[in-house]
Design a protein around this ligand. Structure first.
Ligand code: BES
Ligand code: ZN
Length: 657
């Protein structure tokens, strides 16, 4: 970055600079939020952008991915709607700004810019304030990403065949690799020219190539307006398998065969959700199996969902993640939360839709089982939240001002949100509920919506016309789960509940049992009865993954090592799919069975999914004797974690020691 001194600053800018004490460096100061000083009207609590005055309508990206330097060299060309603004404010968090110009490509004129101070907790990053005229239509930002780029994960950068990189934008990480107005209520279309080393395939949340080419040059287009957090990029040794003209799967060649079997229900899922909530709006829908370091189970990047390979279970038992990300094509991508305070409008609706897809494909009992698992998480997390510094996080509508929006990613948004809709559905009937949601997605398509406006729409379109009285305020603004919360038990629960109770009371339910039966035989024209002995053992395959999760969660933390070993011998949970391994390791840690540690270490080095990594480290760190182990393991694994997971674990180390 050039020194501020080298810019041609007019008086207007000097005045602002003096007022703000604006600095070019990214040092942290304990001064109050700098925006207090400039008289900016903050439109979104997590963005500096002045997008009411001037707004990106189209973003044209030129990106050069350099694995050797772990750097993207980029130009972000913003075509804006300018309502007579003299400054355009973008969000940045990390990227180095090389120069800013205005005007159409090749007729550009360099302009002044300043970079404001970092907020005190380094959550928002910095405002990039560009000096423009009220007529400016094109703003071009030349930049490069830095090592501190929070969105990008670089993998195997030295390898010729298998380097890999990807970005994660949600919630406010897009600004770390593109200078943009990074607020979910700000939508624009985009296109991109991407250059990567020849032989690799680059993909984005846009129209995508199916095969790699020798030039390493790719062109992408997203012609529907999307919120900034949904821009995504990945490049690596990736191949494609189509299921139909509309959908298919991308993955590393090593896992493509397994993955294409695993997710073969995809076309049916699309058909089932379209039938209820209206046509899929985005053209193609593909799934990319991301690198194991991917910090989430799935991420709903438009046209190209990213999923963790940890859901490739081998028996299709974890496909609800695909149903979930697909559902975001309606809730979240088509109709988006206005700010991160309204996150439940994204996730609560999506979990509700996910369950509808799962019900259509696998039956009511199975979808109720998923709800049951989620409810048990909600109950636990509610307790934690209510005794925390922020009990107000137990409400659906959040206030995350001055906090990291990731703090809102709790089961309140997901599960309480979904139960809000389930309860509403129970009250008004499924037919009316479906019609209402279908209209809602249509009415608000390609826009963002606040909780307040949703409530207004709900009252007008569903509650008042049907004379339905519903405790909306209690559901949305209060902390407890309302007493009218509608739950249904799953028919698949009873037997595992019985098994868990028996295990807890010391019975070895899995031991082979000697049994006999009477067999009748003909002997010399006489019929004789004979006692035949045989052994019988419960077949673990008669229960599915979700049933076993519920079983494991119900076991007491007082089980002995002997009892645990018995369970493991019967059903090898430490070699099962990722969800079961996780539950199993958690249980063993709660029961203080430290002999499990090497297996946990192996698991922690094979996945970077925060949902698994964070709770495991939390349990380990609660015992101060394990600090050395935790440090050693984190040192060995952290380079396989995306910054989202790395930061969560860093915070744990700070909290516990
Ligand atoms: N959009 C979320 C992931 C997310 C939320 C990333 C907030 C960053 C900030 C995605 O749709 C999601 O919810 N993923 C879940 C899986 C799902 C089946 C509940 C996950 O990764 O655990
Ligand atoms: Zn989601």
């Amino acid at each position: 970055m050039k020194n501020l001194g080298s810019y041609r600053l007019n008086n207007h800018w000097v005045a602002i600079l003096l007022l703000l004490g604006v600095s070019c460096k990214t040092e942290r100061r304990s001064t109050p939020n700098f925006t207090n000083g400039i008289g900016l009207t903050i439109i979104d609590p997590h963005s500096y952008a002045n997008f009411k005055e001037i707004q990106t309508k189209h973003l044209s990206l030129e990106l050069d991915i350099n694995f050797k330097n772990k750097t993207i060299y980029g130009v972000a060309r913003h075509t804006v709607i300018n309502r007579k603004a003299r400054k355009a404010i973008f969000d940045i968090h990390g990227p180095l700004i090389r120069k800013v110009t205005t005007g159409p490509k090749n007729q550009e004129k360099e302009v002044d810019f300043i970079i404001g101070k970092m907020d005190k907790d380094s959550i928002l990053g910095q405002p990039l304030i560009v000096s423009i005229s009220p007529e400016t239509k094109y703003i071009n930002i030349y930049y490069q990403t830095t090592q501190q780029c929070a969105a990008i994960e670089w993998i195997n950068t030295k390898s010729k065949e298998n380097p890999w990189m990807y970005t994660q934008g949600q919630a406010i990480l897009a600004r770390s690799w593109i200078p943009i107005q990074d607020a979910p209520s700000n939508r624009f279309t985009y296109d991109a020219t991407v250059k990567v080393q020849p032989g690799l395939l680059a993909l984005m949340s846009a129209s995508n190539p199916k095969t790699s080419n020798k030039s390493g040059k790719y062109y992408f287009k997203m012609d529907k307006p999307i919120p900034s957090y949904l821009i995504a990029l990945t490049a690596g040794n990736i191949v494609y398998h189509p299921y139909s003209d509309q959908c298919g799967i991308y993955a590393h060649p090593e896992i493509i065969d397994k993955a294409k079997e695993e997710f073969s229900a995809l076309p049916k899922m699309i058909a089932s959700i379209e039938q209820i909530f209206g046509p899929y709006a985005w053209g193609n829908y593909d799934v990319l199996v991301q690198h194991p370091s991917f910090p989430f189970g799935g991420m709903e990047n438009p046209k190209l969902t990213f999923v963790s390979p940890s859901i490739v279970a081998g028996d299709k038992s974890l496909v609800s993640v695909i149903a979930h990300e697909l559902a975001h094509s309606w809730s979240g991508n088509l109709v988006t939360n206005e700010t991160w305070n309204d996150f439940w409008l994204n996730e609560g609706f999506t979990v509700y839709l996910e369950h509808r897809i799962m019900e259509a494909l696998y039956g009511k009992a199975q979808s109720l089982l998923l709800s049951e698992i989620e409810m048990s998480e909600l109950v636990e997390e509610m307790k934690t939240i209510k005794s925390s510094k922020h009990p107000e996080d137990a409400a659906l509508c959040l206030n995350l001002k001055n906090r990291n929006p990731d703090d809102g990613m709790t089961s309140i948004a997901y599960v309480k949100g979904a139960y809000f809709l389930k309860t509403l559905e129970h009250k008004v009937g499924q037919k009316k509920m479906d019609a209402f949601l279908k209209d809602y997605f249509k009415a608000f398509q390609y826009t963002s919506i606040s909780t307040k406006n949703f409530v207004k729409y709900l009252n007008e379109k569903l509650l008042l016309p049907n004379y339905v009285d519903f405790n909306l305020n209690e559901w949305i603004y209060q902390y407890d789960l309302p007493s009218n919360c509608f739950t249904e038990p799953s028919a698949l629960l009873q037997q595992v509940n019985y098994l868990a109770n028996a295990t807890n009371s010391g019975i070895d339910v899995f031991a082979p049992k000697q049994k006999f039966k009477w067999v009748e035989k003909k002997k010399r024209r006489r019929i004789i009865r004979k006692k035949v002995w045989y052994t019988e053992q419960l077949n673990p395959k008669i229960y599915n993954t979700q049933q076993w999760i519920i079983y494991l969660r119900q076991l007491n933390p007082t089980l002995t090592k002997r009892a645990l070993d018995r369970i493991e011998r019967y059903n090898h949970f430490s070699e099962a799919n990722s969800e079961l391994q996780f539950e199993w390791f958690m249980l063993n840690l709660k029961c203080n069975n430290w002999s499990i540690a090497p297996k946990i270490e192996k698991f922690l080095s094979a996945t970077g999914r925060r949902k698994f990594v964070e709770p495991l480290f939390t349990l380990v760190l609660r015992d101060s004797n394990r600090l050395g182990w935790a440090k050693r393991v984190f040192d060995a694994t952290k380079n396989n974690y995306h910054s989202v997971t790395q930061q969560a674990i860093h915070a744990l180390f700070q909290k516990y020691h």
